[in-house]
Design a protein around this ligand. Structure first.
Ligand code: FMN
Length: 173
C-alpha cells in the first residue's frame, strides 16, 4: 500500500476482533517506532507493551479508551534524554514520542492492524499501576488489534478542515 492510500484509508479503530496479533507483525510495528526520527537523534522514547491478561485488565480499568484491543502500546520518553530547544527551552520528548507513535500507527494499518491514538487517561494512575520509573513520562496509548468485522469509522473520520482553513502562505515583502 502506498503512503497516500494508507493515509486516506486509515481510521481510528475502536472495536477489535479476538484474532491475536502475530509476534512477527508486532515486531514490525515496534521496529517502525524504533526507526522514527527524533530531535538531534536523542531517541528519548520508550515503548511499553501491555499484552498479558492482567495488564490488559488493568489498562481497561484505567481508561475506557483501551476498548477491547488485545494489545495496548504505551508510549513515553525518558525526559532527561530529550533534546531541549535552547530558544524556547521546550523539551522534544512529546514530539519525538508522537512521531514514534505515528510510525507505529501507520505501519500497523499497512499490516491490516487497526489502532486508535489515546490520550484520555490519568498518567499518574498509569505510572503507579505499571511501576513506570519517575524519569519517564507517558504521553499516549496505542491500542492495536485486528478490526472487528462490525467496526466502522466514527463520524469524525471524514470531518477535516479545508487546506484554506489550516494553511497560510506568508509572503515577505
Ligand atoms: C492526540 C490524540 C488524542 C486522542 N485521544 C483519543 C482518546 O483518548 N480516545 C479515543 O477514542 N480517541 C482518541 N483520539 C482519536 C481521535 O478522536 C481521532 O483520530 C479523530 O477523531 C479523527 O478520526 P480518525 O482517526 O478516525 O480519522 C485521539 C487522537 C489524537 C491524535
Amino acid at each position: 500500500m502506498n503512503i497516500n492510500q494508507l493515509i486516506l484509508e486509515r481510521y481510528s479503530v475502536r472495536d477489535f476482533s479476538d484474532h491475536m496479533i502475530e509476534p512477527e507483525k508486532l515486531d514490525k510495528i515496534l521496529e517502525a517506532g524504533r526507526l522514527a526520527p527524533t530531535a538531534k537523534n536523542c531517541q528519548p522514547h520508550r515503548v511499553f507493551v501491555l499484552s498479558s491478561d492482567q495488564a490488559i485488565k488493568t489498562i481497561r480499568e484505567i481508561t475506557p479508551s483501551a476498548y477491547n484491543a488485545p494489545i495496548v502500546l504505551m508510549i513515553g520518553a525518558k525526559t532527561s534524554e530529550a533534546w531541549i530547544n535552547p530558544y524556547s527551552h521546550h523539551s522534544s520528548a512529546e514530539m519525538d514520542a508522537s512521531i514514534v507513535t505515528t510510525h507505529m500507527m501507520l505501519t500497523a494499518w499497512e499490516l491490516g492492524i487497526g489502532s486508535v491514538w489515546v490520550c484520555w487517561f490519568d498518567v499518574e494512575r498509569i505510572k503507579k499501576a505499571f511501576t513506570i520509573p519517575n524519569d519517564i513520562d507517558i504521553f499516549c496509548l496505542l491500542p492495536i488489534g485486528y478490526p472487528a468485522t462490525s467496526c466502522v469509522t466514527s463520524r469524525n473520520h471524514l470531518n477535516r478542515k479545508s487546506l484554506a482553513d489550516i494553511v497560510s502562505i506568508i509572503e515577505v515583502k
